[in-house]
Write a protein that binds this ligand. Structure first.
Ligand SMILES: [Zn+2]
Length: 281
């Protein structure tokens, strides 16, 4: 009976969260975390970042998905290991532009403003030593690294594959299906092939030569995982008086800290509401 009641409550929270109810989403995340759900599941209920991964739809399939927000992990100018470091740490650790106006407590005055935010799961990693990050097996990796020694000697089947992928658009003005000779002449003259063309061509040639494959160590990721998943929070901060803006990456937020994070974001929103009250009435 208790289980049924709990399930019904969880389903109700899910329903509300799907409609964009942040209160319900936060509560649901706590419930699911207690039930042992992994962070990759929990983050689906938080405003999250679509990294354009091929599996983004299944990872972030709820209406809470932020879609592409215009700045990515790695654009972050300031990093904090934990939420505590960011929110409760000494202000001198809070990065040069935000510090000397009083650290992040500036959020509550008019100095630092949170413009946007999203959550994401992340983990520490390092470049795969077996493939040096290219993600291919040794034979394919050799072909990949020697690409600019054969990129003007493409065969017709390789060019056909570029055409199929819509990759020769600038060359193909008025020409639907160029010959290999034409493409090779073009690549000697102009900018040549980009990284996407390179990966297509490496795959076609390596497959034809019978050795195409991904790196068995990293399974094609190009990196090796060094830690468990953690929940990361990304903030876009501006300090108008200094004409400064920063992406802030808080590398690890505990589920138990989400209530405080939410209160912090709520205060940021109230600040915007005050600024724009005249406009919105
Ligand atoms: Zn590898």
């Amino acid at each position: 009976m208790t289980t049924t009641t709990t399930d019904a409550k969880t389903r109700e929270l899910e329903r509300k969260a799907r409609q964009g109810d942040g209160n319900a989403a936060f509560e649901l995340v706590q419930v699911l975390a207690r039930a042992g759900q992994p962070l990759t599941e929990l983050v689906k209920w938080l405003p999250s970042y679509d990294s354009h991964d091929s599996d983004a739809k299944t990872l972030h399939g709820t209406p809470l998905d932020r879609g592409y927000v215009g700045w990515a992990p790695g654009d972050a100018g300031l990093e904090y290991p934990t939420w505590k470091d960011f929110y409760h740490g000494p202000s001198e650790k809070r990065g040069s532009i935000l510090v000397d106006e009083g650290g992040y407590k500036g959020c509550d005055d008019d100095l630092n403003i949170v413009v946007d935010f999203y959550f994401r799961t992340d983990h520490d990693s390092r470049t795969c030593t077996a493939c040096q990050g290219c993600g291919y097996n040794p034979e394919t990796a050799a072909l990949y690294r020697s690409f600019y020694r054969w990129d003007d000697q493409l065969t017709q089947d390789e060019v056909d594959e570029l055409v199929r992928a819509g990759r020769l658009w600038d060359l193909m003005r008025g020409e639907k299906h160029p010959t290999a000779d034409k493409v090779n002449a073009w690549s000697r003259r102009g900018l040549g092939h980009d990284g996407i063309n390179q990966s297509i061509l490496v795959k076609v040639r390596a497959t034809r030569l019978g050795f195409y494959g991904l790196c068995p160590t990293c399974n094609g990721n190009g990196s090796e995982r060094l830690s468990e998943d953690r929940l990361a929070l990304y903030l876009w901060l501006i300090l108008p008086r200094k004409g400064a803006s920063r992406g802030v990456e808080i590398k690890s937020v505990q589920v138990s800290e989400l209530a405080e994070v939410r209160e912090f974001l709520r205060r940021s929103w109230r600040k915007h509401e005050q600024h724009f009250k005249w406009v919105t009435g």
